[in-house]
Design a protein around this ligand. Structure first.
Ligand code: ATP
Ligand code: MG
Length: 345
């Protein structure tokens, strides 16, 4: 089965074409970063208006580079949630309209299931069962994944997501939006242990996270830097960035190992935007090697939002006969655990 997939849950507009036999044929993406930078974060209404303009040309681009005509598309998958409702509605209305016009089925996909499946686009997919650490701009979850659609949440953040801790700290250090990758870049110039930040919830049993306290620690440290002579400030900002990254990474690594122990599993999937972080990958690799754990990641470009990951989930479900049943094509909130295995509807 050959399908078209559309992603528009936040500030990336994307389209992809996926074939059951040949795999991913194409993907096209437009990031709205420049549009939102002026405001220091995503402005939902601007995001929606931009999706409307970008999606059709992206679909044309994806079809063209897949050398596929619309008549060869046998189903359309789109991100139905969770996300910004206006942005989601742009993708879902377009996907469902095209599906009606082309007389093919459509299916709304859970954005986080897309992130979970992104590593399956690589030559060696992660085997089931496994533990997944999903670390993105809006989520920090440890999940026991028994198979496609069989998810049990082991722990999640009580407040900020890991990506949010990066983004908010970056803003406090005067870095432009989106801060995560910028902060990681600055951290490369930092000196270790010049600052000491808390490792939230590490001293307690359980698999929950809390990152909002880190923001306060960074705010105080960043304010103190302003009192230093101007020539010392850049180095201290880099030191803070490194220590923040260390605190987040150590917490993510230790809790992931704890989740593997609790479930008696040896396979870990790390996905979502923060899985692009090189320090996280290096420290996770070291810890995993010591415990005989295999770790799987998406390739760098599929860590953050994209339509290729929606296509993998969409293909698995559409080819099993699953179809849109509800008249409502988008939902801002949607529990991952409420998904089931792909079944005909
Ligand atoms: N190299 C990096 N180091 C740290 N954080 C990063 C890096 N690259 C991206 N991020 C962070 O990843 C997040 C974006 O990831 P993603 O696109 O998966 O999230 P989202 O779609 O906004 O959120 P969600 O998927 O939860 O709805 C941002 O918080 C960004 O700062
Ligand atoms: Mg995302």
């Amino acid at each position: 089965m050959r399908i078209l997939a559309i992603e528009s849950s936040c500030d990336e507009s994307a389209a992809a074409v996926y074939d059951g036999e040949q795999g991913l044929l194409s993907h096209a993406l437009f990031s709205q970063i420049e549009l939102h930078r002026l405001y220091g974060g995503v402005v939902p209404e601007l995001a929606s208006r931009d999706h409307i303009q970008r999606l059709l040309p992206l679909i044309d681009e994806a079809l063209e580079s897949a050398k596929t005509s619309a008549s060869a598309i046998e189903g359309i998958a789109y991100t139905a949630g969770p996300g910004l409702i206006g942005a989601l509605l742009c993708g879902s209305a377009l996907a469902r309209s095209l599906a009606t016009a082309w007389r093919v089925p459509s299916l709304g996909i859970h954005h986080l299931e897309g992130h979970l499946l992104a590593p399956q686009l690589e030559p060696e997919p992660a085997p089931y069962p496994h533990v997944a650490l999903l670390v993105s701009g809006g989520h920090t979850l440890l999940i026991e994944v028994k198979g496609l659609g069989r998810y049990r949440i082991l722990g999640e953040t009580r407040d900020d997501a890991a990506g949010e801790a990066f983004d908010k700290s970056a803003k406090l250090l005067g870095l432009p939006y989106p801060g995560g990758p910028q902060l990681a870049g600055l951290a490369q110039h930092g000196r270790l242990r010049r600052y000491s930040f808390p490792r939230p919830m590490l001293d307690r049993p359980g698999l929950e996270f809390s990152f909002s306290g880190l923001k306060t620690a960074v705010r105080q440290a960043a304010a103190a830097v302003e009192a230093l002579p101007a020539e010392h400030r850049p180095q201290h900002r880099a030191d803070i960035a490194l220590e923040l990254q260390e605190a987040v990474v150590e917490t993510l690594v230790r809790k992931s190992l704890r989740a593997l122990e609790a479930t008696d599993l040896q396979t870990l999937v790390v996905s979502g935007g923060v899985s692009a972080n090189l320090s996280l990958r290096a420290q996770m690799a070291k810890a995993a090697q010591q415990r005989g754990v295999r770790v799987y990641y998406p390739r760098q470009e599929f860590c953050t939002d994209n339509a290729a990951m929606i296509a993998v989930a969409g293909h698995a479900r559409l080819s099993a006969g699953e179809r849109d049943v509800s008249a409502m094509g988008a939902r801002a909130r949607w529990s991952l655990e409420s998904l089931g295995v792909p079944t005909a509807t």
